[in-house]
Design a binder for this molecule. Structure first.
Ligand SMILES: [Cu+2]
Length: 273
């Protein structure tokens, strides 16, 4: 049974309110939330590869242990063996782990490069971590704007049909299938902008810009959280991301330009509190 589709708990509540429940974790879930970007799909694939290797190595070691415990127990070996050193064995137990590690390194570095090498972005968002909420800047060629995105109280979240501790008052909007560059910076302490279904987690450090990217391949509402302990209300600065069609994004953009504060046209401006 697909728990995700059956709508349990908060996911069910969301399904009723018309928001796709796709993006929510559910009780007793194991593994990752479903991937919504190529980076996350590749992280899943890499994780699966590691899982097989880990399982095989663990079972092999367990079998060796069981074999030694039974075969070489004191009861069956009145006179203990004095054998030590076995060149072939020692070379093998050094070389085989090295070969396994090199085997893992190839897809690992390929994935790291894929994550770190930002394609030409279709749009750029600046995420500024503050104690304890996120501010976003949408720099535009004509008129950029900025706004704060605060986590909702339990009562407000319930009223808005949003999940507790994940919903925000002003979500971020991005178009589907477009490369979004996210520039992160901290205004006070180190925060971390994390959106697991996009395979993104980037520290927001005061005084420097860190860049990451994602290209959402599914429409829907996605949730993330600050993932660097940043103080008393670290748990209350969620990220709500809406991935929408080009038309819906254009509509939101037009409204946002009117609704939110215009961005000062100063490229050297440093994020302020
Ligand atoms: Cu934080």
């Amino acid at each position: 049974m697909n728990l995700r589709k059956s709508g349990i708990g908060a996911a069910g509540l969301l399904a009723l309110s018309g928001i796709p429940a796709l993006a929510l974790p559910y009780n007793y879930e194991t593994g990752f939330q479903p991937a919504a970007s190529a980076v996350m799909s590749q992280i899943e694939d890499f994780h699966r590869l590691l899982f097989y290797i880990i399982t095989a190595v663990s079972l092999f070691v367990l079998a060796l242990l069981v074999w030694i415990v039974i075969r070489y127990r004191a009861g069956a070996n009145a006179v203990p063996s004095k054998v030590h050193h076995n060149t072939l064995l020692e070379v093998a137990w050094t070389l085989i782990p090295v070969i396994i590690l090199v085997f893992i390194a190839v897809p690992s570095f390929r994935l790291l490069y894929f994550e770190a090498n930002i394609p030409k972005p279709d749009l750029t968002i600046k995420a500024i971590g503050k104690q304890w909420f996120w501010s976003y800047e949408y720099p535009g060629a004509d008129a950029g704007f900025t706004y704060d995105s605060l986590g909702l109280s339990d009562a407000d979240a319930l009223k808005a049909g949003k999940p507790r501790l994940l919903g925000t008052d002003n979500p971020i909007y991005v178009p589907v299938n477009k490369v979004v560059e996210v520039d992160t910076v901290g205004a006070d302490v180190i925060h971390s902008w994390a959106m697991s279904q996009m395979g993104v987690k980037m520290d927001a450090v005061p005084g420097r810009i860190n860049k990451t990217w994602f290209k959402a391949d599914k429409m829907g509402v996605f949730y993330g959280q600050c993932s660097e302990l940043c103080g008393a209300r670290h748990a209350y600065m969620p990220i709500e991301l809406h991935v929408v069609s080009d038309a819906d994004y254009a509509a939101w953009l037009a409204e946002a330009k009117k609704k939110f504060a215009a961005l000062e046209n100063d490229a050297t401006r440093v994020a302020s509190k």
